[in-house]
Write a new protein. Structure first.
Length: 314
């Protein structure tokens, strides 16, 4: 049974993963090489928990106990020495992850399950330097950002891990109210990111071609397909609409929509101009620097409301 967790990396994904586990009673060691970053992450977690309390998702009284369950560490060996499950969320650099997993193989107990939050690096390559025994206890466990709010976690099932261990991990994620997807092939992007990129490719193309303005593209998505996607999957939507209709529409549309094999030129141009979105004050939309914290808070509040509503449909 998985009880003790370690999260390696306290950045955007790592701190959210640690927060999610701690919210549901798990003791979490949060490791980073940068002590200042660790303390900053703890402050971010407290702010996020406070917002959850303001939105009645948790009570104010639970915030301190949750924070107390997250132990900060800059000592890797100490952070993982007694852990049952260790997940890394360090930068997407293959050599870095290979070396890290080699260390973890040495430092962790034999029973420890090792996981990577990657959605782009192959599992076989990441575990190249670990023992054959440990390879049976390694997997991809890909979270969606922000980790403490998004319910999805994609779990690799590539044939290296016994079913009994995989089930333990599934049960652990169920205990923190995550919805898990079993990914059967080691492909870049796994499942959700591949679907998301397909949608994004056409959205960017529509703007580039002048078919609609950015605000209308987002409106079409939010109040059209995405309105259904909040509660209904694509395959269920297709069944309800009729597969014959979907087949006809596919024949008519797929030959005329974007099929590019690289990032959209408009997107690339904005990156070159330094228009990166909220982080720079302008992307497809402009953002007043003073308003960005408020905008981000409202974004999180919408996700909290959606998370609360989604429990009805699970």
């Amino acid at each position: 049974m998985i009880k003790n967790i370690a999260v390696l990396g306290s950045g955007t994904m790592g701190h959210g993963i640690a927060e999610a586990f701690a919210m549901y009673g798990y003791e979490v060691n949060l490791y980073d090489t940068d002590e200042a970053r660790l303390h900053s992450a703890k402050k971010e977690i407290e702010e996020e928990l406070t917002l959850l309390a303001e939105e009645d998702f948790i009570t104010i009284q639970t915030i301190q106990p949750i924070l107390d369950r997250i132990i900060l560490s800059t000592d890797l060996k100490q952070a993982v020495a007694d852990r049952d499950y260790v997940i890394e969320a360090v930068p997407e650099i293959l050599k870095l992850k290979q070396d890290l997993f080699k260390q973890l193989d040495e430092y962790c107990p034999e029973h420890t399950i090792l996981a990577s939050n990657t959605s782009s690096l192959p599992l076989n390559e990441m575990m190249a330097l670990v023992s054959d025994e440990r390879k049976q206890r390694m997997m991809v466990s890909h979270w969606y950002n922000p980790g403490h709010l998004m319910p999805l976690v994609e779990l690799s099932c590539f044939g290296n891990m016994p079913e009994s261990i995989f089930i333990q991990v599934e049960q652990m994620y169920a205990s923190i109210k995550k919805q898990t997807v079993k990914v059967l092939k080691d492909v870049p992007g796994l499942v959700a990111n591949r679907i998301q990129q397909g949608v994004a490719r056409e959205a960017f193309s529509i703007i580039e071609l002048g078919i609609a303005a950015p605000e209308d593209v987002d409106k079409a998505l939010k109040f059209g397909p995405a309105f259904r996607y909040a509660t209904t999957g694509q395959l269920e939507v297709a069944d309800f609409g009729g597969l014959d209709i979907w087949c006809i529409v596919g024949d008519n549309l797929l030959k005329v929509i974007d099929n590019s094999q690289s990032a959209n030129n408009l997107l690339r141009q904005k990156v070159a101009e330094g228009k990166l979105g909220t982080k720079s004050g302008e992307g497809f939309f402009k953002y007043d620097e003073a308003e960005i914290p408020v905008i981000k808070k409202e974004f999180m509040k919408k996700l909290i409301h959606q998370l609360k509503a989604s429990e009805y449909y699970i």
